[in-house]
Design a binder for this molecule. Structure first.
Ligand SMILES: Cc1ncc(COP(=O)(O)O)c(C=O)c1O
Length: 364
């Protein structure tokens, strides 16, 4: 049975993306290395940055491997990293820093609020040694979309390294990476580009990469080494996820055919608004009241009727949709993603199925 995944990724991909994986590739082969180079070029063009200023580094593993590669290779012993967090993925950055002995300070806000520039400014005043800021753009824990502009302006004004985990947003929302002075942006193959899982990618500023050569704390996640080897001719240092790479190139071509990031963003936004509207009509409230992002939405368990998440999940799955459990620390929620090969007609169908579930629950 093929399910529609209403999740934050891995997500529903097109048949053509799946079919692109039906070829075996040799990692030493010139054709394959050229595919890697084409992906790297396409990502830069998608990001709207110049090849002179930025580069793309692909890294085996899931999104977390990309984040950890940046932190463990690019933060030097002289650095002090400020981590802005309002969810599990911001917290994961802090955990990575603890593991690697990276000097850091955590600025934590509740999961339904966004980090504010005034508070960041105060922390910069309190800790003059802060030399870098890391934050998550779309905090998938809740679906909140953090604002980058004002914090980026502080990073610029104070000449701080700026690291953005854009895992669940890159490719699905316009953003001006160069203007935001993002030094390292991380995302992965199975999010808004709509590929399958297997690698993460880092869009990084060349000058910052060069400055931080030789600081990596691990071999396999050494971002600089990976960059150097890949830059030569498209070779990955270690075995790469060849089928995922083929699927990703196809996914990039399909993103272009859709009309690029702008059009994809509009589709996601339409899906998301429809989802919220339909769910609200059925009595499901969103956890996020302000700054809800267009990718994934957390819904509170309804209080006015019996609700059992497992039961609900299986009802939806039985009818062809897979959703996600909640991840909010102190509220019972479930999450519905609307990224991937999902269209308004899917949301309408989901709403009909949810409506039937509510009726059953009311009766029982
Ligand atoms: C914002 C964000 N950061 C990091 C990650 C971690 O990615 P992965 O689970 O692919 O390691 C995710 C995963 O959904 C995410 O949404």
């Amino acid at each position: 049975m093929h399910y529609k995944l209403l999740t934050p990724g891995p997500l529903t991909t097109t048949m053509t993306v799946k079919k692109a994986m039906l070829t075996d590739q040799c990692t030493w082969d010139q054709d394959y290395k050229e595919i890697t180079q084409e992906i790297r070029r396409r990502l830069l063009s998608l990001a709207g940055v110049s090849e002179k200023e930025y580069t793309t580094i692909l890294m085996q593993g899931s999104g977390s491997f990309g984040v950890e590669a940046v932190l463990s290779s690019m933060i030097t012993p002289e650095d002090h990293l400020l981590i802005c967090t309002n969810g599990a993925y911001g917290q994961r950055i802090a955990t990575m820093c603890q593991r690697h002995g990276i000097v850091h300070t955590v600025y934590k806000v509740p999961e339904n609020k966004i980090p504010k520039a005034e508070a960041v400014q105060k922390l910069l005043n309190d800790y003059p040694s802060i030399s870098a800021i890391a934050m998550v753009h779309s905090e998938t824990t809740s679906g909140i979309l953090n604002e980058l502009d004002e914090i980026s302006a502080l990073a610029k004004a104070n000449d701080l390294l700026f690291i953005v985990d854009a895992m669940s947003s890159f490719g699905g929302i316009p953003m001006d990476i160069s203007e935001l002075k993002i030094d390292f942006l991380i995302s992965s193959s199975n999010k808004c580009i709509q590929g399958v899982p297997g690698f993460s990618f880092v869009i990084g500023k060349k000058i910052e990469l060069e400055k931080r050569k030789g600081y990596a704390k691990t071999l396999s996640l050494d971002l600089y080494d990976q960059y150097q080897v890949m830059e030569k001719d498209g070779k990955w240092r270690f075995t790469s996820p060849t089928h995922t790479v083929l699927a990703f190139l196809q996914a990039l071509k399909e993103l272009e055919l859709e009309g690029g990031i702008e059009q994809r963003y509009l589709r996601y936004l339409t899906n998301n608004h429809l989802l919220q509207q339909k769910m609200s009509e059925l009595g499901y409230e969103t956890f996020i009241q302000n700054h809800q992002g267009p990718f994934i939405t957390s819904f509170l368990y309804p209080k006015d009727r019996p609700f059992d998440f497992n039961n609900f999940y299986h009802h939806l799955k039985h009818n062809g949709f897979v959703i996600y459990p909640g991840k909010i620390s102190d509220h019972d929620c479930f999450r519905i993603g609307n990224i991937g090969e999902i269209y308004p007609e899917d949301i309408h169908r989901l709403a009909e199925i949810v409506e039937k579930y509510s009726e059953v629950a009311y009766v029982s």
